[in-house]
Design a protein around this ligand. Structure first.
Ligand code: GRF
Length: 204
């Protein structure tokens, strides 16, 4: 079976990228990382992949006159590496219409809350401030909104009375590292069918 080629977009720490890499190494995920693209030259994510034989590329937004040109450069790099599925893993930019059209139905994101609750930045702090008793993470396809695309998988974690933003973020991150490779695996196995807002997971 041909392995689905992933293009992973990162901006920072890269723990989800690492979890995806580990899942591939362990043969739990039958995919291949074609390229890792960072918009931040100092991203820890890039250092994590050093020595693993993964191609990493830095494409900085400030080097381009506008967002469209920046995204064209990202798209060109993804195409160069024959990327089928674009995986956003802590990529801190909202993608524009043209890019989303180009990779329509082939862009995934992970968000550290149970969407549609707490979209956007600081989702864990939003959950603490609101006082919810349960939060979690969501893997979804990307559409033109912010964290609004069809939901693929969600996993809940409890929110304890003594939690702060960091303790909750740590608990959520732990499940992110399991759920993201699982969602990508479902895509690679051709088991995700988008029906309007719903993503149906077909049997093996
Ligand atoms: C994660 O919490 C993810 O849900 C959010 O950004 C964070 C990225 O963390 N989109 P990392 O860079 O994968 O460690």
């Amino acid at each position: 079976m041909n392995r689905t080629v992933l293009g992973v977009l990162v901006s920072g720490r890269g723990s989800n990228l690492h979890a995806i890499f580990d899942a591939i190494q362990a043969e739990r995920l039958k995919a291949k990382i074609g390229v890792v693209i960072s918009d931040n030259p100092d991203a820890q994510a890039l250092k994590r992949m050093a020595g693993f034989g993964i191609t990493t590329v830095v494409i900085e937004r400030k080097k381009f006159a506008n967002r469209c040109d920046f995204e064209k450069a990202v798209a060109a790099e993804l195409s160069l590496h024959h990327v089928e599925l674009v995986v956003l893993a802590g990529f801190m930019r909202v993608l524009g219409t043209e890019f989303i059209k180009l990779f329509s139905g082939r862009i995934m994101n992970i968000h550290p809350a149970l969407l549609p609750a707490f979209p956007g930045l600081d989702a864990q702090a939003q959950a603490i401030d609101y006082g919810v008793k349960v939060s979690g993470c969501t893997v979804h396809f990307v559409d033109e909104g912010v964290d609004t695309g069809p939901i693929i998988l969600q996993e809940a974690v409890p929110v304890h009375d003594n939690d702060n933003e960091q303790t909750l973020a740590d608990r959520i991150l732990h499940v992110e590292h399991v759920v993201y490779p699982r969602a990508i695996g479902l895509y690679c196995e051709g088991r995700l069918r988008v029906q309007g807002r719903r993503v149906v997971i077909t049997e093996k």
